[in-house]
Design a protein around this ligand. Structure first.
Ligand SMILES: *[C@@H]1O[C@H](CO)[C@@H](O)[C@H](O)[C@H]1NC(C)=O
Ligand SMILES: *[C@@H]1O[C@H](CO)[C@@H](O)[C@H](O)[C@H]1NC(C)=O
Ligand SMILES: *[C@@H]1O[C@H](CO)[C@@H](O)[C@H](O)[C@H]1NC(C)=O
Ligand SMILES: *[C@@H]1O[C@H](CO)[C@@H](O)[C@H](O)[C@H]1NC(C)=O
Ligand SMILES: *[C@@H]1O[C@H](CO)[C@@H](O)[C@H](O)[C@H]1NC(C)=O
Length: 479
């Protein structure tokens, strides 16, 4: 098992010359000019994350043989600030009589609801309670996003929590009762159950992919007009309970699909009824700014989903490889001002099978493998912490992708993706930064490094000169 000490590599120090890294490729062009300017500011970052929904939290909390020590180690890999750097856990609010918090339906919306939350700490909430506790140990500032895939069936037009259907009470529904308030109360009750167990939930969502209705698992339809009809009940209910509990909308299947819902929501007069626009990257990638009314946007679920387990960084440019994920994140952060990025599942044990690309960490009994995708997340989120503000960063060449983030304490993270197949010299020029130590440290992710510290620099004047290896993500942490 790999040790927790992942900051390997000898550090070199230099002032105004390029520090050669321990590899050599030929560059046939002048140094790339990178300009970072803290005077031009964009979105505030929320963080990176993953989910233990649909019972995979049980795998990570020991149901298939992962020992207690390795359970915590896997959580540390994902959520420790010094390893994976993730800070968001997306929990699924169950909706069936067995995985939700309502065993049976009240007779009418005004009858009292009989909520239940498992009493066994290890298995309650499909093991998500235990996973949340382990993640909190790895990261005490963990942000929990509680998200429902559907309302309980008895609150819906199709009387089941699978196969789409609408919440009773929204336009286009045809039920005897209006169950909107009951569903809003149900969602808030889930947050209260965690609160009673000492865990603060940061954001609440009523939808998962409302533009898609799978027959076989929890799902519920909504367009933006119907979302307005429900959010006008949910939003005040949430704010009455706790002002700083954020409300999301609406975890659509793609960036474009989310834009459509937001457009309708705003047309219906509900553009102010959510705090964070949440979307998935399955059906479409973000290409432009989101049409919010100033609210941030967050990519809350994605994985290749169709492939076998793949833990490589960059071999053939395959979708699930780490290098590609670095580019996906760069594009979302810079084109669409996205505030964070969540992988679909955190981990899963495939019971002897080869495993899938839907997870960041593959579990096999008491051992585990970490995908290079986690090192792409780490290259951003270990160094650009929640609350960091993205600042302007420009590169003089197309195949060197640069972004920059100023942390709340003034330190600056500069993730640099070199998509070229040769090593590159880069001049990084800083403007408007309020540095204290005037040092930069380079952390490298590529085929042979996991965000390993590879070099450090003294900054004299307004910048420093570096060199970055081919097909890599190097994050410069500037103090
Ligand atoms: C509430 O639900 C629990 C578990 O589903 C059940 O045992 C109990 O009888 C119910 N109470 C009422 C008042 O219906
Ligand atoms: C109510 O709407 C659902 C979902 O659209 C539909 O399946 C059902 O037939 C409708 N029922 C009535 C009585 O119109
Ligand atoms: C990951 O995918 C690439 C490209 O298809 C392939 O070359 C590599 O062997 C895969 N890695 C694993 C561990 O399957
Ligand atoms: C880096 O990740 C690879 C792939 O999971 C693994 O083989 C290696 O042990 C890791 N190294 C460290 C230092 O964690
Ligand atoms: C500033 O914040 C970053 C990110 O949380 C942290 O890594 C760094 O140690 C902090 N620096 C100081 C001087 O507090």
């Amino acid at each position: 098992m790999a040790s927790l000490v992942i900051l390997l590599g000898a550090a070199a120090t230099a002032s105004s010359q390029y520090v050669p890294m321990p590899w050599a490729y030929v560059q046939n062009e002048p140094p790339v000019q990178v300009k970072v300017n803290a005077g031009v500011r964009y979105q505030t970052m929320m963080g990176g994350g993953c989910s233990g929904a649909f019972g995979v939290a049980c795998d990570q909390t020991g149901s298939r043989g992962l020992s207690a020590a390795n359970q915590q180690l896997v959580s540390d890999y994902l959520f420790s600030e010094n390893i994976g750097g993730l800070s968001i856990l997306r929990n699924r609010i169950g909706s069936s009589p067995t995985d939700g918090i309502l065993g049976s339906c009240p007779a009418s919306p005004s009858a009292p609801a009989n909520y239940t939350f498992g009493s066994d700490e290890d298995t309650a909430d499909s093991c998500q309670l235990k996973l949340t506790r382990q993640a909190l140990k790895a990261n005490p500032d963990l942000f929990v996003y509680a998200d429902a895939w559907s309302a309980p069936g008895c609150f819906k037009t199709d009387a089941t929590d699978i196969n789409g259907g609408f919440i009773c009470g929204v336009r286009g529904s045809n039920c005897t009762h209006d169950w909107r308030q009951a569903y809003a109360d149900y969602l808030v009750q889930y947050v209260k159950e965690y609160e009673q167990r000492g865990i603060k939930i940061g954001m609440l969502g009523a939808y998962n992919e409302p533009d898609f209705n799978p027959v076989t698992y929890a799902s519920m339809d909504s367009d933006g007009y119907q979302a307005k009809d429900f959010l006008e009940v949910l939003y005040p209910t949430v704010k009455k309970y706790r002002k700083d509990l954020l409300v999301s909308c609406c975890d659509a299947t793609g960036a474009r699909q989310e834009r459509d819902i937001l457009y309708e929501l705003e047309s219906a007069g509900g553009g102010h009824l959510y705090d964070v626009a949440t979307w998935h990257n399955y059906q479409s990638e973000p290409k432009e700014k989101f049409n919010t009314q100033g609210q941030p946007n967050l990519q809350t679920e994605w994985s290749d989903g169709s492939g076998n387990w793949n833990d490589t960084w960059d071999t053939t440019g395959q979708l699930a490889e780490g290098f590609q994920w670095a580019l996906y994140m760069h594009n979302a952060f810079t084109r669409s001002d996205t505030s964070g990025y969540l992988h679909w599942w955190c981990s899963q044990d495939n019971n002897g099978g080869s495993g899938s690309d839907a997870v960041l960490i593959r579990l096999q009994g008491d051992s585990f493998d970490v995908s290079a995708r986690l090192w792409a997340f780490a290259g951003y989120f270990r160094f650009a912490r929640p609350g960091a503000v993205r600042i302007d960063a420009a590169s003089s060449v197309e195949t060197l992708y640069v972004s920059a983030f100023e942390n709340t304490n003034g330190t600056v993270a500069i993730p640099v993706i070199n998509a070229a197949h040769f090593e590159r010299d880069v001049d990084i020029e800083l403007a408007g930064c309020n540095l204290k130590k005037h040092t930069a440290v380079a952390y490298l992710a590529d085929n042979t490094h996991n965000n390993t510290k590879v070099a450090s620099y003294q900054i004299r004047g307004s910048g420093f000169k570096v060199s970055v290896p081919p097909r890599s993500l190097t994050t410069f942490f500037v103090e």
